[in-house]
Each structure stands twice: as C-alpha cells, then as structure tokens.
Design a protein around this ligand. Structure first.
Ligand SMILES: *Cc1c(COP(=O)(O)O)cnc(C)c1O
Length: 368
C-alpha cells in the first residue's frame, strides 16, 4: 500500500501534494524564522507577510478589484449563513433565496430568524437533482439581496453561470465547494464566501470577499465579531485568526497560480468530470443522479442497481485505496468529490474500478 491513497472525500478534502510538503516544513520552521507557523504571533512581521501574501495571491487569481475586501474569518460557511442576514437584512425587509439543497436550506433557516425570506426558485420537488432554469426564477419586489449556493455538494449540482438579479440588488454566493475551481467574475457579486475545507485549505477558516459598500451595512449594535466592518477595519486580525489555515490557503492560491490559474483549473476539472460522466452515461449498471444540464464538476453523485451493491462497491473501493466515496447520509448512493487538488490519475483509477465492478456484478444486478 502506498502511503497516500485516492481520496474522494467531500470535505475536508484532498490538498495539493506540494502544498502539504511545504506545510510540513513550515510547521517546523517557517520562512527561515526558526519558529513554526503555528507558533508565531499573529501580530508579528512573519505572519504579517504570510497573510499579505495569501491575500495578494487570492486577489491576483480572480483579479479582485480594490473596492472589494478579502477577509479570512472563522465559524465556517455556516456562520456566514447568519452573518449575511445579520448585516444585510432588516426585520422588515425581504431577502430572496435560490433553494437548491441542504446548504441553501440551512442558509434560509438562519435568515428567517432575522427578516423575511422569499424563495425565488427551488428544485426541492425533485430532491434537488437540478438547478432551476432562468424562467423559473421569481424575485420579490425589492429584495435586500439574492442568495445562491453555486455548487450543491450533497446533490452534485452546480450553477453554470450566475443567475441574473434585479439591478442594484447584491448577489451573495456560498461557493464553499467550488471556489476557484473556475474563473470568477467578482463584479457580479456583493459577497462570495467559502469554507476552506473543500477547495482551498484546511477547515477552520472561511474566505469572505465583500464589496466595500456592504462592509458598513450592519448595525453597530451587532456583536462585534459578527460585524463585517470589524474584520475589514482590522484586516482579519481583530481577534486571533486561524493562522495555520491562512498560511495553507495562501499556499493553495500560489499552487493554483503555478498550475496556470483559474482557466487551467477549469480545464483540469472539466477533463476529470467528463471522464466520470461519460462513463456513467455509457454504463448500464451505474447511473448519475443529477440532471445532465445541472451536473457538478466538483461532486459526482451516482447510484448502483441496489443498496446491497452500493455497500459492496464502497467496501471494495475502500480496500483498493479509493476512499470517501459514500454519498451524503441524506441522499445515499455514492459521491466522488473531485476538487481542484484531485488528480486525473485518481479519477482514472476510480473509473477503471467502476468498469471492473460493473463487469463482475452485472449478473447479480440482473437477478435482483
Ligand atoms: C460544506 C459546506 C458548507 C458548510 O461549511 P462549514 O464550513 O462546515 O460551515 C456550506 N455550504 C456548502 C456549499 C458546503 O459544501
């Protein structure tokens, strides 16, 4: 058994190997300082440089303009579900949500505690197997903002492009599971937020990119930690930030740059996803669960002919060093998460195993 296996976990997920190697060294002694990254003060010169470089690399990847702030916060995407309405929604205003899965539902739940919520479109009737079509979207008369989940990690669906929103209304996006997997036009968004642990780094840090005009929107009576202005004014250093997570995220951004940036990431991700979906479409045994026009390039969800065969598939795959393929407990089946750091070789190994499994279990499936 090699010391690392093929990891298809939905999150925390596989990280780029060169980043892991560099982090190993940095834990011992970062930037020749004689002190490891986890042991440095967040107020010192060494960490100043680390966070500045992380922000710089983040900005350069998507050409983030100067009128957006890049923040490294805590509490995961889940705290953003609450911080967004706390800062942008009043009790008497309405926010519009595009409801495309469990994560959007959780975002709605938090917002409902703050103000009024209008569901502008949903695919709940078919268990979130698709992204709503533009003509299905009905916005309320003057929403405070529109919220979307760009990639639905659990169902394996993904918005191809941003929905159009009424002019002047900020679009807020939870991009936790597809951040920087493809080009991002930040100008179309008021806020983009992403928990790091899928595509960007270790858990414990959430990236928030916010337009300047929204930083001051929250009431000053909110708890200090829950106001965007606090973190913007203090450059994410109001309290002790997740220093190690920010370091790794910076290295992941630099790794994406070294791979050719977001266009190259998109191409790499399309190649991997195509390999899996083409096989699923040709298979008489497995089937993909997301509707073809809504398929995610990040999370590929599929079923086998019976739950017994699915259990057997997952168990045999695990024995062969193909890990993390069990679907989310709310949908069952299988899910291959193939984020930026997942290699083409890992996907090739998975498809080979699937072909082999189909061949040797087709007879059992026909009998069942
Ligand atoms: C994983 C995930 C979350 C939850 O993120 P936490 O950092 O655990 O709060 C939210 N949204 C999406 C789309 C996710 O994939």
């Amino acid at each position: 058994m090699p010391d690392r296996i093929h990891n298809f976990s939905a999150g925390p997920a596989t990280l780029p190997e060169p980043v892991l190697r560099k982090a190993q060294e940095a834990i011992w002694n970062v930037a020749g300082s004689g002190i490891g990254i986890m042991e440095h003060s967040h107020r010192g010169k060494v960490f100043d440089r680390i966070i500045a470089e992380a922000e710089q690399a983040c900005r350069s990847l998507a050409g983030i303009p100067d009128d957006y702030r890049v923040l490294f916060l805590q509490g995961g995407a889940s705290l953003q579900f609450a911080m967004v309405p706390m800062n942008l929604l009043g009790a008497d205003r309405t926010a519009d949500y595009l409801l495309t899965g469990v994560w959007s539902q959780k975002a709605v739940k938090e917002a409902k505690a703050i103000g009024k919520i209008h569901i502008a479109a949903t695919s709940e009737a078919t268990n979130f197997d698709r992204i709503p079509k533009p003509q299905e979207i009905r916005y309320s008369s003057s929403p405070a903002y529109v919220h979307i989940t760009t990639n639905n990690t659990i169902y394996g669906t993904q918005w191809r492009t941003e929905p159009s929103v009424p002019s002047g209304v900020p679009l807020i996006a939870d991009t936790s599971s597809d951040m920087y997997s493809r080009p991002l036009d930040i100008r179309k968004y008021g806020i983009v937020y992403a928990g790091a642990q899928k595509n960007l780094g270790p858990s414990g840090v959430v990236l928030v990119i916010i337009r300047n005009g929204l930083v001051e929107a929250g009431a000053k009576t909110l708890p200090t930690m829950l106001q965007y202005r606090t973190h913007a004014a203090e450059n994410s250093l109001y309290n002790t930030p997740p220093t190690f997570g920010i370091y790794v995220m910076g290295e992941v951004f630099k790794w994406i740059q070294s791979q050719g940036g977001l266009n190259a990431m998109a191409e790499h991700n399309e190649t991997k996803a195509r390999l899996l979906y083409d096989y699923l479409d040709s298979s008489e045994f497995f089937r993909g669960t997301a509707q073809p026009d809504s398929r995610s390039l990040m999370n590929v969800c599929f079923r086998a002919p019976s739950e017994e065969l699915e259990a057997k598939f997952i168990s045999e795959a695990t024995k062969l060093g193909l890990d993390g393929l069990k679907g989310h407990r709310s949908v069952g089946g299988m899910r291959a998460s193939i984020y930026n750091a997942c290699s083409l070789q890992s996907v090739q190994a998975l498809v080979s195993f699937m072909k082999e499994f189909e061949r040797s279990n087709r007879a059992a499936a026909a009998r069942s």
